[in-house]
Design a protein around this ligand. Structure first.
Ligand code: PMT
Length: 325
């Protein structure tokens, strides 16, 4: 009979095998060297600098391609609003932000753009010059000013992804570069990450033909990289993951489970229909509900304040631990 230790070791081995096969079968990251360089440069410029603290905000949904020359894919719901909004509040608080986002999802400082037509903001003058309409001048000016301040101040790096392969490869690169920051690094994992994928080597190369009748496809589970991130990739970083459910009866139980199972410092629980108004911050010391208020402050504004407080406490404790050996 297997001892509990033996069973755990077997589970770990099986998990390690799934991680290995995920990365080995993934198509190489396009322009991977350049992406790595940009990330490493951004982190080293901010290390010990004015910002000092660096957060990787992940945002938007990952896709699962069904064909290597992809025509069809499975998508994960996320508009990217949470990540874009949170990025603005982190920058405002002085954090340097790596915004790892789904291409085409909401962007910081222009969150209104995907819904309103960009063209509605401008008009052509008699001399054929283009100017911002008076009705939108205030918000456009503010957006440009804040965006430029973030980018020119070296506090915002935007890195795009589309597929689950790209997302996890880039997350691993970011984590490796963040490792030297120790407790000053933070991961804010708001992206909606696919749970299943088609391994590259078993994926059809060309567009799947409908003449073949019903589509029979086997999806492999995506290894949850959260525990790897905590244990190996960046073990000292402060890690916040999100838990999304549509059934409020199971939400907090699942958030508690994620906290323990993946060793997260914080799990932010949200329900799909109320996610813009309310979230619950779950830690090993309890649960705090964060809501929008009468002043219509966004839920992210209060959430980021609270998380920064917890991050500061975590840094203090880590430094005490380091001094005490
Ligand atoms: O973008 P918006 O429209 O504003 O919506 C925001 C949001 C609802 C998407 C966001 O607040 C949120 O809840 N994001 C996480 C959604 C999600 O994928 O939850 P999950 O329960 O499937 O995963 C939990 C955590 O595990 C996530 O932090 C995810 O990054 C991580 N995960 C998931 C699957 C996987 N294979 N590996 C992972 O690491």
């Amino acid at each position: 009979m297997d001892s509990p230790g033996g069973a755990a070791a077997e589970d770990q081995q099986e998990f390690a095998g799934r991680v290995k096969s995920f990365f080995e079968s993934a198509p190489p990251l396009v322009d991977g060297e350049n992406v790595s360089k940009k990330i490493a440069g951004f982190i080293s410029r901010n290390r010990g600098g004015e910002a000092d603290r660096v957060v990787c905000v992940t945002s938007g949904g990952t896709t699962v391609p069904l064909e290597q020359r992809c025509v069809r894919y499975i998508d994960n719901f996320s508009s990217g609003h949470r990540g874009a909004t949170s990025t603005e509040y982190f920058v405002k608080a002085g954090y340097a932000v790596i915004f790892l986002h789904r291409r085409g999802a909401y962007q910081p400082y222009c969150r209104y753009l995907p819904e309103d037509s960009f063209l509605d903001f401008f008009e052509v003058t008699e001399g054929s010059a283009i100017r911002v309409c008076e009705s939108h001048a205030k918000e456009v000016t503010r957006a440009i000013r804040d965006y430029r301040a973030a980018v020119d101040g070296g506090l915002l790096l935007k890195v795009p992804f589309t597929s689950i392969f790209e997302y996890l490869q880039i997350l691993q690169i970011v984590a490796g570069s963040m490792k030297p920051l120790g407790s000053f690094g933070m991961f804010y994992l708001a992206a909606a990450v696919s749970d299943f994928y088609v391994p590259w080597e078993s994926m059809a190369e060309h567009k799947i033909q409908s003449a073949g009748g019903p589509l029979d496809m086997r999806l492999a589970p995506v290894p949850k990289m959260l525990s790897l991130l905590r244990k190996e990739w960046a073990p000292m970083a402060f890690c916040i993951s999100f838990k999304l459910e549509t059934d409020s009866d199971i939400l907090l139980k699942k958030a508690d489970m994620a906290l323990r199972k993946y060793g997260m410092h914080v799990v932010v629980a949200n329900e799909l229909s109320t996610r813009k108004k309310e979230v619950v911050v779950v830690t090993d010391t309890g649960k705090v509900k964060v809501r929008t208020d009468e002043q219509h402050r966004e839920v992210e504004e209060k959430l980021i304040d609270l998380l920064i407080e917890q991050h500061s406490h975590y840094i203090e404790e880590s430094e005490k631990d380091a001094v005490n050996g």
